[in-house]
Design a binder for this molecule. Structure first.
Ligand code: NAP
Length: 212
């Protein structure tokens, strides 16, 4: 596949790029500066683009089979920029006539009980709440894009650089936790999950939680 990867310079994005390239896909990696450090592969091209601008997304996405996102707010941005980004990306894909989008979302909107989402629990750190709420709002916008084959893939509650084991579990709209109640995934295995979803399309139209 020819994949446009938004957020390719980010912590998760660089691992998604590596996973795509390992599996033989071609990747156009977008960051605002047009540079992506640490990836040296002839099937990879780094380009500059602003993910809040639908015209730029349309131009960049044209001719690709799919778009993957590991976008997050820049250092000087408020969390709400995520909703601006998802609106621009949806609009850009429509204009470019690309209908497949796999989006790295947040775990905050995943259910931990019948009527409770992770963000609503007492243990959820206050400092993460604005980003979690913005990611939930972004999901609400994506959910309405029924002309796209989208999947919103969320990490576990905790995601950090780690090992690529190739093993993980998924659950639709539910937080994935182990038997001790810990919800964790390495960034490398999250990239595996995201690329598996991109290739299979099993989760089209759904909010997929990942973890061990
Ligand atoms: N447990 C959880 O739910 C959880 C935990 C961690 C992360 N996440 C989510 O996963 C996503 C990625 O996280 P991360 O830690 O990998 O983020 P990160 O390292 O901050 O990377 C963000 C990426 O977005 C790009 N970006 C920012 N603004 C842009 C713009 N206007 N136009 C184009 N590119 C732009 C950055 O590129 P440049 O700055 O180089 O332009 C960078 O590549 C975030 O949405 C975050 O909320 C969820």
């Amino acid at each position: 596949m020819d994949v446009l990867l938004l957020g390719a310079s980010g912590r998760i994005g660089r691992r998604v790029a590596a996973e795509l390239l390992d599996r033989g896909h071609s990747v156009t990696g977008v960051s605002r500066s047009g540079t992506v450090e640490g990836i040296d592969d002839e099937a990879f091209v780094a380009v500059a683009g602003d993910a809040t601008d639908p015209d730029q997304i349309a131009r960049l996405a044209a001719g690709h089979d799919a778009v993957a996102s590991a976008l997050g707010p820049g250092e000087d941005d408020s969390p709400e920029v995520l909703t601006e980004m998802i609106e621009a990306v949806i609009e850009g894909l429509r204009r470019a006539e690309v209908d497949r989008l796999v989006w790295t979302g947040g775990a905050g909107g995943l259910r931990v009980g019948p009527d409770t989402r992770l963000v609503e629990t007492e243990e959820f750190p206050d400092e993460w709440e604005p980003l979690a709420r913005a990611a939930i709002d972004a999901y609400g916008i994506l959910e309405g894009a029924d002309d796209l084959r989208w999947t919103y893939v969320a990490p576990a509650a905790l995601i950090e650089p780690g090992e690529r084991t190739g093993e993980y579990r998924t659950a639709e709209r539910e937080l994935v936790a182990d038997e001790d109640g810990d919800s964790y995934i390495s960034m490398e295995d999250f990239a595996v999950a995201l690329v598996d979803e991109l290739e299979s399309g099993d989760g089209v139209g759904s909010y997929v939680g990942t973890g061990y």
